[in-house]
Write a protein that binds this ligand. Sequence first.
Ligand code: SAM
Length: 247
Amino acid sequence: SDHQLIYPPHPDQMDWSSLYPHYVVDEPQDQQTPAALPETAPSDHDLAPLQPKRISKDVEVADIGCGFGGLLIALAPTMPDTLILGLEIRVSVTHFVEDRIKALRAQNQDARLYRNVGVLRANTMKFLPNFFRKAQLSKVFVCFPDPHFKARKHKQRIVSATLNSEYAYVLRPGGIVYTITDVPDLHEWMVQHFEAHPSFERVPEQEQEADPCVGIMRTETEEGKKVERHKGQKHVALFRRLEDPAW
Ligand code: SAM
């Protein structure tokens, strides 16, 4: 059903080919996956675990709770050789972003734009390490996350000590978590939780403001535009994934 979340048991079993069809690797006939073989009499292949079609690159940038995809669409042409993924829990919103990407790919076929961007329905609070290997990502965006104002709802915030450990796991050393919100209390919460985490350090303001992704995040997210219209404040904080200490 629509409410069922689909996720691979392990990142190696994730089939990215439908999200990034232009990056699918043509494999020689004898290495084809059981699923791709023509239908014949039952054979050993039928017992082998399904191998996903391979793509030539790994996803490197994730937008957690991407909403209607404004950030994804704005980032895609600025890093055309990097695979970018939006993760969104709402079914209808995910479909909207899928259609948006499909239309943009068709309109920009000659320029080969938007082939590097995809969206997936997922609950990022639960299955992040099912989709990404350790140190796979270079950037994670957390833009205008739902504030969950009441104290008893704080456990639903997508920044927490536990979830920050998952972000640390999927990010490579030197990778960056980008956060933005118009809710001062949530900004403080995010800063506090990332600064308290041994795998992260805050990126100094000067470096933050020099990062082109920060400008894009401020102006191109749907929520960022809404806050702009209401002349609200936008609070930005970036955190760098540190090297793990030597044992
Ligand atoms: N990032 C977008 C922006 O800046 O315009 C959307 C912000 S909106 C306030 C928060 C989004 O996060 C919503 O689209 C919501 O459905 C999504 N979301 C909330 N919890 C989530 C979760 N656990 N996994 C994936 N998406 C989630």
